[in-house]
Design a protein around this ligand. Structure first.
Ligand SMILES: *[C@@H]1O[C@H](CO)[C@@H](O)[C@H](O)[C@H]1NC(C)=O
Ligand SMILES: *[C@@H]1O[C@H](CO)[C@@H](O)[C@H](O)[C@H]1NC(C)=O
Ligand SMILES: *[C@@H]1O[C@H](CO)[C@@H](O)[C@H](O)[C@H]1NC(C)=O
Length: 348
């Protein structure tokens, strides 16, 4: 649910609860836990070795992903974007192309639309699959930081409310198949950013916003914590001079955001109101389809090893093709085979 931090219950919790959450998670899902190089849970990074022993570390018979009868996004999904703060034209282009690539079924393999096929495997009560169609909706620029440069989980609701109630060109209100994506520029701090999350998703509260709208926030970490949130295009100091991958679109912060956006969109589609697809003992500790595969970008991935990815001619690293660009996006959980899958898997 929150990218980089697997339990929503750990959201706004005091440190002792967070510890409890983590303990429960580890007990609940055994070896399968998303990996990011958080400073506080640095493990021995000597596991960065290439080897078959890590094959499908993101798989476990202990993972009991369940459907909790809530709605999923089965009709054409429209993504309404709020650009909060300062965004360059080229940064917007990269992100727009990623979203447009989800339904671009003719892209070169392995493709972003191939990646979305794992998400499409999930269904609702009536047996309807997640929509294969994802398109860009309206956009709203919040250039002047309407709610400041430090946002809380609560003030995010206000940012969304401002966008849907703006006097000029408000975002459409689309609770059924709209998905609201709040993207913050590299000079904006959001509660828990960099210490435990790189993004998260939830839904707006009618009491605050007037509607229940599924939304995700993802931040550009380029200035604040690229080693955590734009990993592996940046590497934290404690990992001892390991060389970062060269990012496919020449923008470490934005290329790092792409995987987080993919993570949140996959989870929003399968668990938009936090009552559909998740693992874990109860609704306060949901572990969702992308949480289970965080840090895994290719066959053999696990721990700080990304798995087998691809090298482009220009020396950049990616694992899937969009319409024109290349992207590196984490895999998601496949409940049919019970492990993480992606379009660049070597053995499928
Ligand atoms: C990390 O691994 C090295 C070599 O295997 C070992 O000597 C060291 O004690 C380990 N450190 C931790 C914190 O586990
Ligand atoms: C819909 O979901 C079912 C169950 O997971 C799966 O077998 C089927 O292939 C899915 N259809 C599409 C078009 O993805
Ligand atoms: C949904 O998207 C498809 C394209 O994938 C389009 O043909 C169809 O008309 C759309 N349906 C609605 C209700 O917008």
């Amino acid at each position: 649910m929150c990218q980089g931090f697997s339990a929503r219950g750990c959201f706004a919790a005091p440190p002792s609860t967070v510890l409890l959450c983590l303990t429960l998670l580890v007990l609940t899902i055994g070896p399968v836990i998303g990996w990011r190089p958080w400073p506080q849970n640095r493990m021995n990074v000597s596991d960065y070795t290439f080897g078959d022993s890590k094959k499908f570390e993101g798989s476990s018979e202990f993972v009991k992903l369940r459907y909790h009868m809530g709605p999923v996004l089965t009709t054409n999904i429209t993504v309404h974007t709020i650009w909060y703060g300062k965004w360059e034209r080229n940064q917007k282009k990269i992100i727009r192309e990623f979203i447009n690539s989800i339904s671009a079924v003719n892209s070169k393999q392995p493709s972003v639309s191939g990646w979305w096929r794992t998400v499409q495997l999930y269904t609702d009560q009536t047996g309807s699959n997640i929509s294969k169609t994802v398109r860009l909706g309206e956009e709203k620029n919040d250039r002047f930081y309407s709610h400041g440069k430090s946002l809380t989980r609560l003030s995010i609701h206000s940012v969304i409310k401002s966008a849907i109630t703006a006097k000029t060109k408000p975002l459409p209100i689309n609770p059924r198949n709209g998905l609201y994506l709040l993207l913050t520029s590299d000079d904006v701090y959001v509660q828990d950013f960099c210490t435990s999350v790189c993004g998260f998703h939830y839904f707006t509260f009618p009491s605050l916003v007037g509607y229940t709208l599924p939304y995700a926030w993802v931040g550009n970490s380029a200035k604040l914590c690229p080693g955590q949130c734009a990993y592996p295009f940046a590497v934290p100091e404690y990992m001892g001079g390991r060389k970062p991958f060269k990012s496919p679109n020449g923008d470490v912060g934005v290329d790092g955001m792409i995987s987080v956006i993919g993570h949140e969109m996959a989870e929003l589609a399968t668990n938009p109101l936090a009552n559909a697809w998740y693992a874990g003992p109860d609704a306060s500790f949901p572990v969702e389809i992308a949480d289970l595969c965080e840090g895994i970008y290719g066959t053999g991935g696990g721990g700080s090893y990304t798995g087998q990815v691809l090298d482009a001619h220009d020396g950049t690293t990616y694992n899937m093709n969009g319409i024109r660009r290349k992207f590196l996006v984490q895999w998601v959980w496949n409940q049919i085979v019970n492990y993480c899958t992606g379009p660049n898997a070597l053995d499928q």
